[in-house]
Design a protein around this ligand. Sequence first.
Ligand code: DC
Length: 224
Amino acid sequence: MSSDKRSPLVVTIDGPAASGKSSTSQMVAARLDLRHLDSGMIYRTITHARLRGGEAPEQWTEQSVLHAARRVSVAPGATSFTPRLDGADCEAAIRGDAVTSTVSLVAKMPHVRAWVNALVRATAASHAIVVDGRDMGTAVFPDARLKVWLLALPQERARRRLVQRTGRAPTDAELAAETAELERRDLYDREQTQPAADAVWLDTTGMTQDEQVAKIVELALERR
Ligand code: DC
């Protein structure tokens, strides 16, 4: 917990893929009257910027990705931040398959990580935020007022993701394939996906989203 009363409030919500970080963070931010910053969105926007360069991702150097990163910014909206490339909103493009299948490669680059972390810190210097990601409570805001580590069993994360994508209950085969894919991603991302020693762990496997949000809001209000 930070003792610096001059710093804007920062709440970090980290956890593995599909643990519900972004939707939960957005709702927590709305309840606390803070803005939500999705740090994964910045990695996605850099990837989108670099993809426009045309070469195959296997040929990307870290320098060339950093060069693309310098065209990326985030703009404050009423409740969150939108991604910008050369000053233009690019929210729709960064959620597509091309970015999703390449972004992990970019997120492995140490200088790119340092660049993203500096942008996130600069944003937090002028705005009170709820920020979600993988390492917000460890690498970026070790003194955050509240750090949450959000987790759920892989099968439950897979089920939620499939319901969100298709709007119906998944078959056993779909569930098995999606669970395997999430476990593969957990393994690939594990280095940068670690809980802070002082994070509050929230296992959401048996919880509704409203319950998760209420719990985090309660913790944040206790520490405000
Ligand atoms: O949460 P997401 O799927 O939008 O994240 C996109 C990618 O960025 C994913 O590979 C995880 C990575 N990421 C990261 O390494 N560190 C963060 N703080 C946020 C995301």
